[in-house]
Design a protein around this ligand. Structure first.
Ligand code: SF4
Ligand code: SF4
Length: 382
């Protein structure tokens, strides 16, 4: 991995019409390009070959339990925020074969499942999702216990980040210090600017390989006015964000409120459907399934996403230790915002707002935290 960013590369200005050259340079560098695209009335992430496949001229409308895409009045390439997919699906796929077993005479031969990975550019990743990748790096490959599947894939990733200049209705990255501007972890970062008939990208390399890619793209030196406009656009986005979580002493506050009546209130609305964990860019719980074919000659061990909202997830010798929805919602929120600090040294939330948008009951993590904080009661620890 070589994603540590240095900001000593000179920023350049790329005309929107020349964005295609950036994609071509990535393709010529041997990268498959995963980027935002429109599928089934949502902006998701899929492989593209040209800039024409990006959702130019589209935006998204997000609220509690609400998502719509609609036309913009301009032709912005990145005039929307994050959709239901996060980038973790490429690095920690929903379902992955990890072992294969073949019958050999009286026994079995067991081997790691074969997997081919290829260099991939994450094109258009937003600052909150970039922070989520850093969190997953810490969790999955940041200690002596490493996930080899994640690591093999992660080593092949080049990051082209895009700063946010228009927040979505459920964004609260400013509370989690993960946006709307990307601080580090990218090879290239773009800021889209549309003003007075001009449509440009401020492009900044963060690594030498990003710099080499940008050198292949027609650009001009960024003027101080262009730098100022780009910075102002990101600052403006930060000012437009209305959702927030007060993170002061949040770990202690949540630990002290394990018996707060709000957990029971939210449990009455929560369907325990697990949508929030599936869309979350940092949730990494998984389960293991073994399958045999009908002949009994081969077996495959598969890792698949699981969720702390399922009853089975906490099944230990004869029963689930979190049998109520109240206990499962409390586990999710308290792990994400409190216990994560103890385990991994940071919050597990980046403020992307996906869990709010895609919750069929419209449950809003920011409101739940505020409600618990406002009626803080002293309670026994979890
Ligand atoms: S909080 Fe919402 S998305 Fe999450 S499990 Fe409950 S109903 Fe589903
Ligand atoms: S908990 Fe919700 S807002 Fe936080 S990172 Fe996960 S999906 Fe995004």
């Amino acid at each position: 991995m070589n994603n540590s960013a240095k900001n000593d590369y000179p920023p350049g200005l790329i005309r929107a019409d020349d964005l295609e050259h950036l994609l071509k340079a990535l393709g010529a560098g041997g990268f498959r390009i995963q980027a935002p695209v429109i599928r089934d009335q949502s902006i998701v992430i899929d492989e593209i070959k040209s800039a024409g496949e990006l959702p130019a001229g589209w935006t998204d409308e997000q609220n509690r339990g609400h998502y719509r895409i609609k036309r913009r009045s301009d032709n912005a390439y990145f005039g929307y925020v994050v959709g239901p997919y996060s980038w973790k699906k490429f690095l920690f796929p929903p379902s992955t074969a990890i072992l294969e077993a073949k019958r050999t005479g009286n026994g079995f031969q067991v081997s790691a499942a074969a997997e081919t990975v290829s260099p991939t550019a994450f094109f258009g990743i937003r600052p909150c999702d970039l922070r989520a990748l850093q969190i997953l790096d810490r969790v999955l490959i940041g200690s002596e216990y490493r996930d080899p599947i994640y690591q093999k894939r992660r080593e092949q990733i080049l990051i082209v980040a895009v700063n946010c200049t228009e927040p979505g209705g459920n964004c609260f990255c400013t509370s989690m210090e993960s946006g709307p501007g990307a601080a580090e972890g990218y090879d290239i970062v773009l800021t889209e600017m549309i003003d007075a008939g001009q449509h440009n990208f401020l492009a900044q390399a963060g690594t030498e390989r990003g710099n080499l890619i940008l050198q292949q793209v027609p650009s001009e030196k960024a003027t101080s006015d262009a730098l100022k406009s780009a910075a102002e656009a990101v600052q403006m986005a930060a000012r437009k964000i209305s959702k927030k979580i007060d993170t002061a002493d949040i770990k202690e506050m949540l630990y002290a409120n394990a018996e707060h009546p709000r957990w029971e209130d939210v449990a009455k609305q929560c369907l325990s459907c697990a949508n929030c964990t599936l869309v979350c860019p940092t949730c990494f719980c998984a389960n293991i399934d073994d399958y045999t074919d009908l002949t009994g000659e081969t077996a495959t061990r598969v890792r698949r996403w699981d969720s702390c909202f399922t009853l089975d997830h906490s099944y230990i010798h004869g029963g689930s230790i979190r049998s109520s929805v109240r206990a499962r919602y409390r586990q999710w929120l308290t792990h994400k915002l409190a216990a994560w600090h103890d385990q991994f040294g940071s919050s597990g939330c980046v403020g992307c707002g996906r869990c709010i948008t895609w919750c069929p009951s419209g449950i809003d993590i920011t409101e739940e935290v505020a409600a618990i904080r406002s009626g803080t009661v002293k309670a026994k620890a979890i």
